[in-house]
Design a protein around this ligand. Sequence first.
Ligand code: PNS
Length: 170
Amino acid sequence: MRRAVCPGSFDPVTNGHIDIIARTSELFDEVVVAIGVNKAKSSARLFSADERIAMLELACAAYPNVSVAGFDGLLTTFCEANGIKAIVKGLRAVSDFDYELQMAQMNSSLVDVETIFIPTSPEYSFLASSLVKEVATFGGDVSRLVPPFVLTRLTERLAERRAAAEEAGP
Ligand code: PNS
């Protein structure tokens, strides 16, 4: 059984993530989409782990060999615990490569796991959850970048944040 993990923060899941997950599901028997903590991005998080899992479960419902899980701690610990030997990451541009290569080498130094890079489809090469959040915060149209149910949750969450900020005052 060939099993792979697609790890990420998914805050929130975008059409670019779904493209990589769908293409990975064609290559492996089983794919686990694993929601982890990126310490560098923790303070900018918009959705809880449970909320991100719920959105990903909807996003992956069309792919029978894909499941969704959360994990704490190291990705390599998750891989070992789940018998996973392949980590699949999307690469948008050369600028992604430096950090991804470093993580891939660190991960393979820790456990017996390979990282496989899949080039992002050109239509999503500019797409990042952080940019989606920023554009949506300032009223930009992100409807072509995320699934409709993510757009709804995003719009609701940003409205909640705005209301809380107004209530807190200057
Ligand atoms: O979508 P992101 O933010 O690029 O995802 C990064 C993530 C969560 C996959 C990465 O930060 C990660 O694997 N975190 C778990 C902790 C870990 O294993 N750190 C060591 C990486 S070499």
